[in-house]
Design a binder for this molecule. Structure first.
Ligand SMILES: [Zn+2]
Ligand SMILES: [Zn+2]
Length: 389
């Protein structure tokens, strides 16, 4: 950890535009000389479960991809190189260093989006910026200009690091998504589908992993991670649990007991836009900065509603989305609900909709309105807290 933090500090000092908090200006990214990238370091975890880095590498990608949209960092057709950093869910914060970036999202007064405390996952950070700036995020302008905190592929900044999706690193076809990176040891992270042809999404533990066959281990069940359309997006911790078990939300939280940068931080009330930043409703939600352990209701505050994966032997559930990355940016944007613990979560059966469906109905209108089909990034907005007036 210290080593990685040191490396980050050195990186920040030597390479302007190299971290979440210091990204290049959006106006002319392709005319800059490419900065030297810092090397990605695969974490170690001698006795899992382990805490993952809250800022810094939680893994490294193992394939390259091609960007589908212009964004602040890449142009259509640009390459996302392999061995890119995989970060966890959190941004380190926004300050005047990101003024031009934030203005590039369409925020006329960037200062309203500043958030120096950091520790917001990509989902709530996006919804909070959308509310503060009164804009829709993520969105597509014109035919191919992507507006969001991270690009369509799921990463950003000149020292490219993924926070989510890996959308251009795998194809939505066939069965289990292919691997996009290594998290720790031989553990890999895959695209979001457990079985694309049958529209099955994986049931995951609090770390973001589960046991099952993979394209790399077709006949032996192994612990592996998936990209997911909800926090922690990549990984919340390094699993599995003791004795080769799934990691509960409580076990995850116990890995991050810090009261200054962990699940011991006092929750705050956040003002956000619905639909993960694509909706029009104003919501007020409780959120714990720097706590990467999200429950079945996509909350990282107490009390915990345990994840459905912990109470079933099924490893997947039927998705109601047709296809699509970036929170379900899809050819048909329908809801991608996670089943509630204790209810139906069969790998071949139906899916219970949980608490996300109402947020979704509102979202569908927005999808049509803006000509972009997003599936909700389901997180704390669905916890049933009252909307602010
Ligand atoms: Zn970042
Ligand atoms: Zn899987």
């Amino acid at each position: 950890m210290e080593k990685i933090m040191f490396a980050l500090v050195v990186t920040i000092a030597l390479l302007p535009g190299n971290t979440c908090t210091n990204a290049p200006t959006p106006s002319a990214p392709d005319r800059r000389l490419p900065p030297a990238a810092s090397a990605c370091e695969i974490p170690t975890c001698a006795s899992p479960p382990c805490a993952a880095n809250l800022v810094g590498d939680v893994g490294c990608t193992t394939v390259s991809g091609t960007e589908k949209y212009n964004n602040e960092q890449k142009s259509v057709g640009g390459t996302v190189a392999t061995n890119a950093h995989i970060f966890g869910p959190f941004e380190a914060g926004f300050s005047s260093s990101q003024q031009s970036i934030i203005e590039g999202w369409g925020c006329t007064d960037a200062s309203v989006a500043y958030d120096t405390a950091g520790g917001l996952d990509l989902g709530i950070a996006t919804a909070k910026v959308a509310k503060a700036c009164n804009i829709v995020l993520p969105r597509v302008e014109g035919t191919n200009q992507w507006k969001a905190i991270v690009g369509y592929c799921g990463g950003h900044t000149s020292d490219y690091h993924f926070h989510r999706d890996f959308a251009c690193l795998y194809l939505e076809q066939g069965g289990h998504s292919t691997a996009v990176g290594t998290i720790v040891g031989t553990q890999k992270i895959y695209g979001k589908w457990e079985d694309f042809d049958n529209r099955l999404l994986p049931l995951l533990d609090a770390c973001g992993g589960h046991f099952g066959p993979t394209p790399d281990s077709p006949s032996t069940s192994v612990y592996h991670y998936h990209a997911q359309d909800r926090a922690p997006w990549t990984v919340g911790c390094l699993g599995p649990g003791a004795g080769n078990t799934l990691v509960s939300v409580a076990t995850c939280r116990a890995l991050y007991t810090s009261t200054s940068k962990g699940c011991g931080v006092t929750p705050e009330t956040m003002q956000i836009k619905s639909g993960g930043g694509t909706g029009s409703a104003d919501l007020s939600v409780s959120y714990t900065r720097w706590c990467p352990c999200f429950d079945a209701e996509d909350k990282n505050v107490l009390p915990i509603v345990e994840l459905p994966a912990l109470s079933t032997t099924s490893i997947s559930y039927t998705a109601t989305i047709v296809a699509g990355n970036f929170g379900g940016l899809a050819s048909a944007g329908i809801s991608s609900s996670v089943p509630v613990a204790g209810t139906t979560s069969s790998s071949s059966g139906t899916t219970s909709s949980g608490s996300a469906s109402s947020a979704h109905s509102a979202l569908v209108g927005q999808q049509a309105k803006f000509g972009v089909l997003f599936v909700a990034m389901i997180f704390a907005i669905t916890v049933g807290l009252p909307a602010s007036p």
